[in-house]
Design a protein around this ligand. Structure first.
Ligand code: PGA
Length: 256
């Protein structure tokens, strides 16, 4: 599928930010400007406790709701965890799995990430799977091997129909929250490498259809250049998604 036929997707990962009232305010502020934007799918990923309120704040608009994480079981004795069944029941359409902060700070490995991914999909959710290398790995030329290994580790054996409920976010760890985004050429090249891994796992047709975002210090200033690259199908946005005008500007850049 030619790049221009993949609909870009821009997701705001609010991380552990916003109180309930702040979340409602932010969702209300982006709702109208995003509602009129064709050509881009926009997703808000607030903290768990604000999912229901954000769902209500964007109800009736095309803005989608996503969670930042989930457990792999549907229910049970897992104190403090949130299940994919609960997220689906809340009308979440997306869930982020394998974010580098979860890998680095909470010890999540590819096997766990793959389990979460399958559980989420089994409950009808679409998954945003994050992959990305750290600075040392990039500087020693291991980028493609690292991101390819993470993709294979989570996606090997995925059944053909499940690929339609998947988005990959390429997020170099060194670019997240640092103000130092990958260059558009770096992002394009690595996303191309990820797409080749997907082609190897699932065939050219699925690889050509799969949306792969870039994430890491995306701002209104660098968004248009990133989105002009043929491999980049939108963004996973952290810091800039907490400012309504910035998130809307990034979505607008993806829509044009
Ligand atoms: P950032 O975060 O935009 O603040 O760099 C991106 C992310 O971690 O998803």
């Amino acid at each position: 599928m030619p790049a221009q036929e993949r609909r870009p997707i821009v997701a705001g990962n609010w991380k552990m930010n916003t109180t309930l009232s702040e979340a409602i305010q932010l969702a209300s502020d982006v709702r109208e400007p995003l509602a009129t934007l064709a050509g881009v799918e926009s997703v808000l990923c607030p903290p768990f406790i604000s999912l229901a309120a954000v769902r209500d704040a964007v109800a009736g608009s095309p803005v989608a709701l996503g969670a930042q994480n989930c457990h792999f079981e549907a229910k049970g004795a897992f104190t403090g965890e949130v299940s994919p069944a609960m997220l689906a029941d809340l009308s979440c359409q997306y869930v982020i799995v394998g974010h580098s902060e979860r890998r680095a700070l909470f010890g999540e490995d590819d096997a766990l990430v793959g389990r979460k991914l399958r559980a989420a999909q089994a409950h009808g959710l679409s998954v945003i799977l994050c992959v990305g290398e750290n600075l040392e790995q990039r500087e020693s030329g291991q980028t493609d091997a690292v991101v390819g290994g993470q993709a294979r580790g989570a996606l090997e054996g995925l059944e053909a129909s499940a690929w339609d409920r998947l988005v990959i976010a390429y997020e170099p760890v060194w670019a997240i929250g640092t103000g130092r985004a990958a260059t558009s050429a770096q992002a394009n090249e690595t996303i191309g490498a990820i797409r080749r891994v997907v082609a190897d796992l699932a065939g050219e047709e699925i690889a050509g259809r799969l949306r792969i975002q870039y994430g890491g210090s995306v701002t209104p200033a660098n968004a248009a250049e990133l989105f002009a690259q043929p491999e980049i199908d939108g963004a996973l946005v952290g810091g800039a998604s907490l400012k309504a005008v910035d998130f809307v500007a990034i979505c607008r850049a993806a829509a044009t």
